[in-house]
Design a binder for this molecule. Structure first.
Ligand code: CTP
Ligand code: CA
Length: 227
């Protein structure tokens, strides 16, 4: 309540947020992508802005509207998302929510690939995409607070911890995206906050409420941490 009265707790701070999927082209009409509505990432960008942060949202292709009070950069591919994020450093806070495609097609075609009657389907050669969170977490201009997400279907805590270390993040927001949870594409989320201090499990909440609480959690951290 204290944080909501008086001056806005994130005033004067810059945040960069990624959201949505990336689309990795196979040819001009086809792509590889992860499932992601962008709902959680967009809600977090809006919540940080409501607390006074100057927010840049780097969004992959989504069907939802740009959130209010936020500068939105629209990108398609992981490499474009990485470039847009890096171009927006220095920042005080990074929250990487996007469901980045782990792989892209090694050599995409400029022309539509046609079916060849009687021939086998074309093989797809994949190459690994840059890890945007890991790049930010180890960057010379690393933000003071680096937050990642971990979409898991099993061993949520253990996998989240490993990601925290590997990517140089301060917080991993881990969620169970097994089909039966309805998190993917839905309006609700149940997350665990994984830091070096331990794990905090939040109840089942709307994605809006997760965003609100996470923005407040971030504001607490920024208030406590040395400038
Ligand atoms: N992430 C990223 N760039 C990538 C892959 C992931 O920035 N190329 C970020 C996501 O935005 C998220 C975090 O890393 O904040 C974890 O993403 P996730 O897909 O769960 O982890 P991966 O490292 O890709 O591992 P895996 O998919 O094998 O579980
Ligand atoms: Ca991944």
């Amino acid at each position: 309540e204290d944080l909501l009265s008086g001056p806005k707790p994130l005033a004067g701070l810059k945040a960069v947020v990624t959201s949505g999927p990336t689309h990795e082209p196979i040819d001009p009409v086809r792509y590889i992508a992860n499932r992601s509505s962008g709902k959680q990432g967009h809600a977090i960008a809006a919540a940080l802005a409501r607390l006074g942060a100057e927010v840049t949202l780097v969004s992959g292709p989504v069907t939802i509207a740009d959130p209010a009070g936020v500068q939105v950069l629209h990108v398609e591919r992981a490499e474009e998302m990485r470039d847009a994020v890096i171009a927006n450093l220095p920042a005080d806070i990074a929250v990487m929510v996007a469901a980045v495609a782990d792989w892209r097609v090694a050599s995409g075609s400029d022309q539509k690939i046609k079916k060849q009657p009687g021939e086998a389907p074309p093989p797809l050669m994949l190459t690994e995409n840059p890890d945007i969170l890991k790049t930010v977490g180890h960057h010379a201009k690393r933000p003071r607070l680096v937050v990642g997400f971990a979409a898991e279907t099993q061993n949520v805590e253990e996998n989240g911890r490993a990601k925290l270390e590997r990517k140089g993040a301060d917080l991993i927001v881990a969620n169970d995206v097994s089909p039966q949870t309805g998190v993917m594409g839905g309006d609700r989320n149940r997350v665990q906050l994984i830091t070096r201090d331990g794990v905090e499990a939040w109840p089942d909440l709307s994605k809006e409420d997760v965003a609100e609480r996470l923005a407040l959690w971030i504001a607490m951290q920024m208030a406590g941490a040395p400038a």
